[in-house]
Design a protein around this ligand. Structure first.
Ligand code: ZN
Length: 100
């Protein structure tokens, strides 16, 4: 469990200073359905090969540790100018909690 404060002092490139930012998790960001992995998955499903699209995450990686964590999609908004941006290096964790 990773807890991050809702209001953070971060660098804003528009204001060129450190200002207060609000954090928001954008979970419902719609992913493009035309990525290569999605097209491959669709093809395999239509073809009907064995048990390829492993719905159970426990079967995804045999013998290795299963990845539970994922990169979170955090969006930072500057309080002064209102510019919203996403950092290049997002947090990778299984559980995320934004504290008030
Ligand atoms: Zn700003």
């Amino acid at each position: 469990m990773v807890k991050i404060p809702k209001e953070q002092n971060r660098y804003c490139s528009d204001c060129d200073t450190y200002t207060e930012h609000t954090v928001k998790e954008t979970t419902n960001a719609r992913a493009s359905p035309f990525k290569k992995k999605d097209r491959k998955r669709e093809r395999k499903i239509n073809k009907g090969y064995g048990g390829f699209p492993y719905e159970d995450p426990a079967h995804r990686s045999r013998g290795r540790k299963n990845p539970i964590s994922e990169k979170k999609d955090l969006c930072y908004t500057c309080k002064d100018c209102g510019t919203a941006y996403k950092p290049q290096n997002q947090i990778r964790t299984a559980k995320l909690e934004i504290e008030r």
